[in-house]
Design a protein around this ligand. Structure first.
Ligand code: NAD
Ligand code: DAU
Length: 353
């Protein structure tokens, strides 16, 4: 019997990783999906309850900064591909604690590249897929879009660490011949996101009638992509992307923060059957994020024209689905904001308003 195609997904217990693991486990019963995750505050096995017993799925707890452990993992499993998502992902935390971002996002990525290089010999039929962010390109003015050739200009410790990891993946491709693809994606939203990021934080605060801390003037702009669409884009790029290429992934869905927040407030008023406008009353403009990037916008034409991928849903539908999911999954939210997680939730939110 031939060996199953075996993929190592790192960070698979996190927000995007859990959606990707679920997609791969369900869509490819003939593959073996190995999920390596350290289970930091952002990693949560409850995100994968529905697939944890699947025959083609294995969870391994471990850290990408443990090089001997990675070496053994690569010899235990004959991986055909790696999809690397494990990272410290929250910009505000990178401002208060840059070092953990350097360790995980830069050093951890090199550890993984070394383990793959050590195990993969002539690299035949292998692929290292590095999942990255549009933040590596810096900040835009009122017009224009990031394309794959936009020069890198990262401006937060988070984006600088991700840019550095992108450069290292490309360096391993050019120097050693490591087969690789990189994708740079815009802001994701959807189910299972830790409530430190804008949307789940605000949904939870609205539900609990707590203030909504809007940074600065609220006119910062992001391009929002439904997380399931990010997972489907990764699927397409993993299977059809060209070795050595970079693909931008975006939702073609730009919102100024304050407009998105108003829309969310109105949807929440409807869902919670509160008088229209009551959630908007919770908005509090607070001190800005230091170095806050003004605008991100992605041009995902290459991915559409070369690989045929497009987002499946647009913002309003996605926002409503997301709000409904968090309201219906109260237990998930309670667990993630209590016990061992409590401090991580509160230290991001404390003293904001
Ligand atoms: P997340 O913070 O929700 O999850 C990160 C996961 O990585 C967690 O499960 C955590 O336990 C794991 N992890 C952290 N350090 C680890 C280590 N040392 N060893 C093993 N596992 C470790 O992040 P996310 O939002 O799902 O982002 C996933 C990836 O996608 C990241 O690389 C991020 O830079 C990138 N990305 C995120 C977005 C977004 O909007 N969230 C957009 C574009 C790109
Ligand atoms: O663009 C892709 C990036 O999107 C990813 O690489 C990051 O991992 C991901 O965290 C996200 O980064 P942002 O900083 O854009 O996401 P965040 O949800 O933290 O913030 C979205 C916007 O909302 C941003 O302009 C800051 C603002 N904001 C955020 C929070 C948490 C507020 O105004 N108030 C808040 O409380």
């Amino acid at each position: 019997m031939s060996k199953k195609h075996t993929i190592l997904v790192t960070g698979g217990a996190g927000f995007i990783g859990s959606h990707l693991v679920r997609l791969f486990v369900n869509k490819y019963p003939d593959y073996h999906i190995v999920n390596l995750d350290k289970l930091t505050y952002a990693g949560n096995l409850a995100n994968l309850k529905d697939v944890e017993k699947s025959e083609n799925y294995t969870f391994v707890k471990g850290c990408i900064n443990d090089a001997p452990f990675l070496e053994k993992l690569f010899s235990d499993y004959d991986f055909d591909g790696v999809v690397h998502l494990a990272a410290e992902s929250h910009v505000d935390r990178s401002i208060s604690d840059p070092m953990s971002f350097i360790n995980t996002n830069i050093v951890g990525t090199v550890n993984l590249l070394n383990a793959a290089r050590g195990a993969w010999g002539d690299f035949k039929d292998k692929l290292f897929y590095h999942v990255s962010t549009d933040e590596v390109y810096g900040s835009l003015g009122d017009t224009g879009f990031f394309v794959e050739t936009t020069p890198y200009d990262p401006r937060s410790p988070y984006s600088a660490s991700k840019a550095s990891s992108d450069h290292l993946v490309r360096a391993y491709h050019h120097t050693y011949g490591m087969p690789m693809v990189i994708s740079n994606c815009s802001n994701n939203y959807g189910s299972y996101q830790f409530p430190e990021k804008l949307l789940p934080l605000f949904i939870n605060n609205i539900k609990n009638k707590k203030a909504l801390p809007v940074y600065g003037d609220g006119k910062y702009t992001r391009d929002w992509l439904w997380v399931n669409d990010h997972a489907s884009a990764i699927d397409v790029i993993y299977h059809k992307g060209k070795n050595g290429e970079t693909y931008n992934i975006g939702g073609n869905n730009e919102w100024k923060n304050i407009d998105l927040i108003h829309k969310l407030c109105d949807i929440m008023d409807e869902l919670l059957e509160r008088p229209m406008g009551s959630s908007r009353n919770l908005i509090a403009f607070v001190k800005d994020r230091p170095g806050h990037d003004r605008r991100y916008a992605i041009d995902a034409t290459k991915l559409k024209e070369e690989l045929g991928w497009e987002p499946s849903i647009q913002s309003e539908e996605g926002l409503r689905k997301t709000a409904e999911w968090y309201l219906a999954n109260e237990e998930w939210m309670t667990n993630i904001t209590s016990g061992a997680y409590k401090q991580y939730y509160e230290d991001m939110y404390a003293d904001r308003v």
